[in-house]
Write a protein that binds this ligand. Structure first.
Ligand SMILES: Nc1ncnc2c1ncn2[C@@H]1O[C@H](COP(=O)(O)OP(=O)(O)O)[C@@H](O)[C@H]1O
Ligand SMILES: [Mg+2]
Length: 243
């Protein structure tokens, strides 16, 4: 899969007469992970929804791709709510994309789904319904479903928010490995998570919201959690978030 660069330019959106943002620009370099931080309500989810084609932005918003072709059909989106279908089993939820494309998953796809479920620590739970799982387990099913989609652009909205600290660290590594080479935009509330996983970090603040300059920590991802450089950058991020 050729890595794809994506840019959203001059993004503008108003909800109920309130200007959420205007003139907002964000570059997503090809094959890199960009992390987006910002206070609740600033518009992070809305920006992801615009990229996913789920929210209608206003003029003059432009979404451009490096190859000039439209984004439709080339995005995997993991929403902030897990959006699992309650009447389907865990395995069927992971294979939902196949079903939506009306292709019956073959044995190789089913095997892949099982491996992903094992990678996120849910072996043996394939035939349960989402209601039987905890919030963190449901989030891991949603993560497996996102990783199952073989798309060049991956949008993830707080994908690890419901996980305990250790599971979170482990899954950050797992996801970073699987997403290598894809263009990823990940929203997170956790500065340290952004510093571990992000090639680039942006902080979005204010109303109307402005996009802060890119921060590019040294080293390759996933960075070690005890990397001394990360602590200094964490302080810088917290300062930007408080502005
Ligand atoms: N569909 C919608 N209709 C009206 N207001 C919305 C809608 N979606 C989001 N908002 C409002 O837009 C603002 C930004 O929301 P959101 O993008 O979810 O923020 P974040 O993800 O940064 O917490 C909030 O004030 C929210 O209430
Ligand atoms: Mg949100």
């Amino acid at each position: 899969m050729t890595p794809l660069s994506v840019t959203i330019e001059g993004a503008r959106l108003t909800y109920g007469g309130v200007l959420l943002f205007s003139g907002l620009t964000l570059d997503l370099p090809a094959g890199r992970t960009t992390c987006l931080l910002g206070p609740s309500g600033v518009g992070k989810t809305t920006l992801l929804r615009i990229l996913a084609g789920l929210a209608e932005p206003e003029s003059p918003t432009m979404v451009r791709t490096g190859d000039g072709a439209p984004l439709a059909g080339r995005i995997a989106y993991m929403a902030q709510q897990d959006l699992l279908l309650p009447w389907m089993t865990v395995l069927e939820n992971v294979l939902l994309g196949d079903r939506l494309r009306r292709s019956r998953p073959d044995a190789a796809r089913v095997d892949r789904a099982r491996v992903l479920l094992s990678d996120v620590g849910l072996s043996g739970r394939e035939h349960e319904r989402p209601a039987a799982l905890s919030g963190g387990q449901r989030q891991r099913v949603a993560l497996a479903r996102t990783l199952m989609e073989d798309k060049p652009l991956v949008l993830m909205d707080e994908p690890f928010s419901a996980l305990d600290a250790l599971t979170r660290l482990r899954l950050q590594e797992t996801a970073a490995g699987m997403l290598a080479g894809r263009t990823v935009l990940m929203v997170t509330h956790d500065p340290l998570e952004a510093l571990r996983i992000g090639d680039r970090l942006h902080v979005m603040t204010g109303r109307p919201a402005a996009m802060g300059p890119a921060l590019e920590p040294a080293g390759s991802v996933p960075r070690r959690v005890d990397d001394p450089g990360l602590l200094a950058l964490q302080a810088e991020l917290l300062r930007r978030l408080a502005e």
